[in-house]
Write a protein that binds this ligand. Structure first.
Ligand code: NI
Length: 178
């Protein structure tokens, strides 16, 4: 079990376009994915992208049954998604609160496509092709943004809806390093 350091906003490695994964099911990839789950679970994250631990690859993980950082969120299947593409199913957008492990202590309201189709590969190279809505669609868009150097504050349109978690959501665990 290896918990890796999560890079914070300001680190130029978070601004890169991630490189596509070329070989699947390698020992290096299994170690990377294991470390990413250990790291995400250690801070109760809903998702994590490889660039957030300084690995320049198009690979994200996400999913939970219940998440204390997002107590109202519906469960999202635990997923490894490699070389993803996202296609909106309609132009409809939804605003919702997001945080990011690379932007600790803050939350912002971010517009996202309400319904998406996403495709990619799992760690064994099997095709993933799903439709998603609600928080599931949001977390996929958030994580995949990390692969094109976008952090959620760059998507915030109304900066009156951006602030400290401890002020906006005092009911959330005050000890969490959001
Ligand atoms: Ni994030």
């Amino acid at each position: 079990m290896t918990i890796r350091e999560i890079l914070k906003m300001g680190d130029p490695r978070l601004l890169l376009i991630a490189k596509p994964v070329q070989s699947f099911n390698t020992r290096e990839m299994r170690t990377l994915i294991g470390d990413m789950f250990d790291t995400m679970h250690s801070v109760n994250g809903a998702g994590l992208a490889a660039p957030q631990i300084g690995v320049d690859l198009a690979l994200v993980i996400f999913g939970f049954k219940q998440n204390q950082r997002y107590p109202d969120a519906q469960p999202v299947p635990e997923t490894v998604l490699i070389n993803p593409t996202i296609t909106p199913i309609s132009d409809a957008e939804e605003e919702g609160w997001e945080g990011c492990l690379s932007v600790p202590g803050l939350r912002g309201k971010v517009p996202r496509f309400a319904r998406i189709r996403y495709t990619g590969f799992d760690e064994a190279g099997q095709v993933i092709d799903r439709e998603a809505e609600g928080f599931h669609a949001r977390v996929v868009q958030h994580e995949c943004d990390h692969l094109i150097g976008k952090l959620y504050p760059m998507r915030v349109r109304d900066f009156t809806q951006f602030g400290y978690t401890s002020v906006l959501f005092p009911e959330l665990d005050a000890n969490e390093d959001d």
